[in-house]
Design a protein around this ligand. Structure first.
Ligand SMILES: C[S@@+](CC[C@H](N)C(=O)[O-])C[C@H]1O[C@@H](n2cnc3c(N)ncnc32)[C@H](O)[C@@H]1O
Length: 324
């Protein structure tokens, strides 16, 4: 991906981040899935996105507290929009935080019906029948100005790892800024540190596999961007993008995903990440690394990654925000 790295949590800089810790290749060709611009069939990614949400739950709670905490003076029922909500983990965290502060309105928007349903269910389960927060779902294409009619203006507009899937990331940022009420906030989760999960020497293949795999991922991200129809480069960082969108008080903070223990969830996530990378490796990967990945992903082998005690998840997500 670009010249940068990405991680589950993301990379940075121009093209940005990525948590595309997307397993499988996620590419849908000719399926009847709803339309996004990235060639990815997101409806096949629900389990993966749910797994990521589960591992990021602490980070999502921190983000919700911090961002909902900014919405003072916006009236009793702030409006929050989550665009490109995926499986809904962050939507659920926003809903819980809104309820804790007396209530509000949450609008979950995505380009994929199956994800809207998943996010709605996740959020409803988190609210457990608390009706102080109203939840709506809207099918949108964030690359089209029609989103400005489909979604109400909000006190907080949130988009995590979504804008880098749009053909024109600056135009996407400009559009999201228009969805913000005067005085409200746009927050983009883009960039950060790519997720790391492997010890340096695995005893399988050549040490340093983690860094080489992150390079694979980066390359994949670059290909994904290049293959988007009408793809426009954004050769600067997200703080600049927010400023160009007319927002003020631009700042950023980062939250860690820190799972130091090889729990069953961590093992499943790491195996899924490696499997996804194996499916989208280019010719640039050495035979030695290919063989190592096959050995690590063979559930019947002693070298199986899912049976190791020494894998973990560590990454950082950066949230860039600005005020209208
Ligand atoms: C990498 S996932 C991120 C999901 C979630 N926000 C997270 O951080 O876990 C990208 C999300 O953006 C959505 N998406 C992609 N292109 C979109 C578009 N043009 N309009 C709206 N949503 C889009 C996908 O359906 C998916 O839910």
């Amino acid at each position: 991906m670009g010249a940068h790295t990405h991680g589950h949590s993301h990379a940075h800089g121009s093209t940005a981040h990525q948590s595309e810790h997307t397993p499988g290749n996620g590419h849908g060709h000719g399926h009847s899935h709803d339309h996004t611009h990235d060639g990815i069939d997101w409806s096949t990614q629900i389990d993966h996105l749910r797994r990521e949400d589960a591992l990021a739950a602490d980070a999502q709670t921190q983000i919700a507290r911090r961002l909902i905490g900014l919405l003072t003076g916006t009236g009793e029922r702030p409006v929050v929009v989550d665009i490109g909500a995926g499986a809904g983990g962050q939507s659920a965290a926003f809903a819980v935080e809104l309820a804790a502060r007396g209530g509000g309105r949450l609008i979950i928007a995505d380009a994929v019906t199956e994800l809207l349903e998943a996010a709605r269910a996740t959020t409803a389960a988190a609210l457990g029948g608390d009706d102080r927060v109203s939840v709506e779902t809207v099918l949108v294409d964030a690359a089209s100005d029609s989103v400005l009619d489909a979604v109400a203006q909000a006190d907080l507009v949130w988009a995590s790892r979504m804008v880098h899937h749009l053909p024109d990331q600056q135009a996407g940022t400009d559009r999201l800024a228009k969805l913000v009420r005067p005085g409200g906030w746009l927050a983009l989760a883009e960039g950060g540190l790519p997720l790391r999960c492997l010890p340096w020497d695995l005893g399988v293949g050549t040490p340093g596999l983690q860094d080489r795999l992150l390079a694979v991922r980066d390359e994949f991200f670059g290909r994904m961007r290049a293959e988007i129809t009408g793809s426009v480069p954004m050769p600067y960082g997200w703080n600049i993008a927010l400023g160009r969108a007319g927002l003020a008080e631009v700042s950023a903070f980062s939250v860690l995903t820190d799972q130091p223990t090889a729990t069953p969830e961590v093992r499943e996530s790491v195996a899924s990440w490696l499997d996804g990378l194996r499916n989208r490796m280019s010719d640039n990967v050495s035979d030695d690394d290919r063989t190592a990945l096959d050995q690590l992903l063979d559930p019947t082998a002693d070298s199986y990654i899912g049976a190791r005690e020494d894998i973990f998840l560590l990454g950082a997500t950066t949230i860039h925000l600005g005020r209208r």
